[in-house]
Design a protein around this ligand. Structure first.
Ligand code: GDP
Length: 295
């Protein structure tokens, strides 16, 4: 992952490190390479502009240019700026003390919502917390069965009602069942579409309003690059998001989407999906991610 980003940055830093002390024009060259590598990694233009203006301001300061190892200073500045853009850290699910905490997952079809339901359930089971999954994706015929398969694999209860075509009612009935069964967390697997449309958003808004989830997480496919930014913007406008789960970061995904989605939504990146198995969910760590970008 981040190959082009890190290759580009490596090139930038290597070319600077051979130069000993730096002039302002050397440093500007290095900064141009940093900018190009972020562009190559699909980071959106507005994010790059803001990023570069902060980094340039610091990198072109006298203290950096006159320091013994200015290229290392530049690496540190770029790293710090990445960490600050990707943070602050909040990977808590904010579970309530009383009654079940309702977590709603939303996102485009194929982004990894249903898989993430299973991953979150596994995470909760490891903490001895009982989850219940609700099959509220009534658009994709196989989604209900897919969730039941996950429930059986993890030995976690799943609520579904294939006769009911109203997702609000299904979610409410799922929450009632969680109350009756003393489940501490209800995870709503909502419908997605291949592209954003008004009907999908209206359905999600109805669930949001009538079921009042405690946490609303957007699940974003990390392999979709710039498209991820557009869909994240649309979901963010329609719903009050509390966090983002970015999936498929195990492949050759362009990590730039993480920066852009964080910028567009302003909410914390909660988790990263790093595989198809239930244990392939990592709490998001900006510091680790920034280091990986700079490797
Ligand atoms: P949904 O339509 O949003 O519910 O998406 P699914 O959960 O059905 O996931 C779509 C596909 O992506 C499935 O084949 C999943 O196995 C796969 N998938 C989900 N998360 C990840 C991930 O983090 N890494 C990889 N490699 N595949 C994933």
């Amino acid at each position: 992952m981040f190959e082009s980003l890190s290759d580009g940055l490596q090139g930038a830093f290597k070319s600077l490190s051979g130069k000993g002390k730096l002039t302002e024009s050397n440093m500007r060259e290095g900064l141009e390479l940093v900018k190009q590598s972020l562009l190559d990694a699909d980071v959106s233009y507005s994010v790059i502009e803001e990023f570069m203006s902060h980094v340039s301001e610091r990198a072109l300061g006298k203290r950096v240019l006159l320091s013994l190892r200015p290229h290392e200073e530049l690496v540190r500045i770029v790293h710090d700026e990445l960490v600050s853009l990707l943070g602050p850290v909040d990977t808590s699910l904010h579970l309530k003390k009383d009654g079940p905490t309702i977590i709603m997952l939303c996102g485009l079809q194929g982004s990894g919502k249903t898989t993430t339901c299973g991953k979150l359930a596994q995470l909760l089971l490891e903490e001895n917390i009982k989850p219940l999954l609700v099959a509220a994706d009534l658009q994709r015929p196989a989604a209900i069965e897919q969730l039941h398969v996950i429930g059986r694999q993890l030995n976690v209860p799943v609520y579904s009602d294939s006769e009911n075509k109203n997702p609000v009612q299904v979610c409410k009935a799922g929450v009632d069942k969680a109350n009756a069964e003393d489940a501490r967390v209800v995870i709503l697997d909502t419908a997605g579409r291949l592209a954003i449309d008004d009907e999908l958003m209206a359905e999600l808004q109805r669930i949001d309003k009538r079921v009042s989830p405690d946490q609303v997480y957007l699940v974003v496919d990390g392999m979709t690059g710039q498209d991820a930014v557009q869909s994240a913007g649309a979901f963010n406008e329609a719903l009050e998001l509390d966090g983002v789960v970015m999936t498929k970061l195990d492949g050759d995904a362009r990590g730039g989407a993480l920066l852009s989605v964080k910028h567009v939504t302003g909410v914390p990146i909660k988790f990263m999906g790093t595989g198809e198995h239930f244990d392939a969910l990592e709490p998001f760590r900006p510091d680790g991610m920034a280091s990986r970008i700079l490797q």
